[in-house]
Design a protein around this ligand. Structure first.
Ligand SMILES: [Zn+2]
Length: 293
């Protein structure tokens, strides 16, 4: 099965849509680390949501979605680039019982960052978490912060993550005033099995068989981690030369593991001296420190 993102339009109604299916992309995340099942579901759904939202934006850069929690789960992060590459990870502590999103994250925030590649001003939006599902969080955020009517359906299991998004086009005045409600009701009959398994054409045919839907070509989606030696070196610069030297004295080297892809970076005294002799190489990304050392 392929990992694809596909856009569609309703020919006679001011509504656009996206459908994403993640298989190998999602399995790359779940084989790098074993997530407890309730957390894995939220992470997979957020990954599908990120891919859908990135596709609705015209931008060149990275979209970062973060769920910050005060419960057993402290952080869930998904990053999607405008080239449809994705990476994701989560931080949690202790055992995770079989409870819902509200219990896992407690009082928390949903943070969305749009980081343009060209070094232009990045955008950040923040809302309090008050929802039982990732879909509710995204719909609420889009309505209150972006003033765009959005409906989203998400699903994830151990092998797959998938999503379907509908968005009301803001500029259009259509004679079909009932279209948004009608299409939304039709889409809300989608089952988790259909979302995860049906090819997009078949899924849209099943949901909207009396509507005139134009389906665009599928875009490939894949897992890719954006960690680099230069980024890790910049993190060490932020940590400061004294602290880094202290670690090297204690352990012989500083070891950094990327939390997204498990790649190991090691720096000895010579590497560290070189790092602190040079200025920062990469623009800062408003992502929390997700590496462990
Ligand atoms: Zn990495």
């Amino acid at each position: 099965m392929n990992d694809t993102l596909q856009c569609f339009l309703f020919e006679h109604a001011p509504i656009r849509g996206e459908r994403v299916q993640l298989n190998a992309t999602w399995q790359a995340v779940t084989t790098l680390r074993t997530y407890p099942a309730p957390l894995r579901q939220i992470l997979g759904e957020l990954m599908a949501a990120g891919s859908l939202l990135a596709a609705t934006l015209k931008f060149d850069g990275t979209l970062i979605l973060q769920l910050h929690g005060s419960g057993p789960v402290q952080l869930i992060v998904v990053e999607c680039t405008s080239e449809h590459t994705l990476r994701a990870t989560a931080k949690w502590s202790g055992g995770i019982s079989n409870v819902g999103l509200r219990q896992l994250l407690g009082n928390g925030r949903f943070v969305i960052n749009l980081v343009p590649r060209s070094g232009q001003q990045s955008y950040q939006g923040v809302v309090e978490l008050n929802a039982d599902s990732v879909a509710e969080i995204i719909e609420h955020y889009m309505k209150t912060s972006e003033q765009i009517d959005t409906k989203i359906w998400l699903s994830a299991n151990a092998q797959q993550a998938a999503g379907l998004l509908l968005q009301k086009l803001p500029e259009a005045e259509s004679p079909d005033v009932d279209a948004w409600n009608r299409v939304g009701l039709l889409a809300s009959t989608v089952t988790s099995f259909e979302l995860l398994n049906l090819p997009t054409q078949q899924l849209l045919g099943r949901l909207f068989h009396e509507e005139d839907v134009r389906l665009f070509e599928a875009n490939p989606v894949c897992f890719r981690c954006s960690c680099t030696v230069a980024r890790v070196a910049d993190m060490l610069r932020m940590l400061g030369q004294d602290d880094v030297q202290q670690l090297i004295v204690e352990r012989g080297e500083v070891e950094i593991l990327c939390d997204f892809c498990n790649h190991r970076y090691a720096f000895d005294a010579v590497d560290a001296a070189q790092i602190f002799a040079q200025p920062a190489q990469t623009p800062p990304i408003p992502s929390p420190d997700l590496t462990r050392h």
